[in-house]
Write a protein that binds this ligand. Sequence first.
Ligand code: PGA
Length: 236
Amino acid sequence: MKKPIVIANWKATKTIKETVEWIKNTKSDLEKSNDADIIICPPFPSLSIAASLLKDTNVKVGAQDVSKFKKGAYTGEITAEMLDGLVEYCIIGHSERRKHFGETDDDVIEKVKNLLEYSITPILCVSNLDQLDSYLERGEIVVDSAEKIIFVYEPPDAISGGGAYKPNSLEDANEKAGNIGEKIGKKVTTLYGGSINPDNAPSFFSKENIDGGLIGQASTDPKTFLEIINSTYNPT
Ligand code: PGA
């Protein structure tokens, strides 16, 4: 099996104290692990402490969103310039941002541009192929910079909720992940997201077109997250 990229998306969970506990509980195991390229995406208030605790390790830190604006009178916004030097990655276009905060495809494209300006890798969520078409219609940035973007095929219906896992079918996830690269016309890094857990992670990550996963619920518990990391790849 190829070495997967495994991204923890904690969403709106974990205080600074809980972030420190999570990292203390996992750090030595994650450091020893050569089983995955690991990126942890805590909420904004915890980014600084997470980045400092994980400095000089193989574990990278990402944000969960960024402003579509660059700088100025936008109370409450976190710009790409503010994330510069703090994180190497940033999730954007997550379906929860669209659903709860009315984020549009135009917004997402602005965010891609802002992140790339600071060499922060966008982790770009794609809910379906029509949405990808819409991104592609909005300019050349996604195609031109495709090798600097991590794409995530994440159908909103597959996102876990209330303790329940409802993953997409393996075949559909693999096909749609492959379609993303085909539509872009380049070989791209594409993950799958939606109800990944320790039981199903190896099946998803072994699929031809799936390079790893974006993990919500199962990433919040250190033991479960480590099980996912340890279950996926056995270098020989
Ligand atoms: P889930 O969330 O793993 O809890 O389904 C994934 C995501 O929304 O990024």
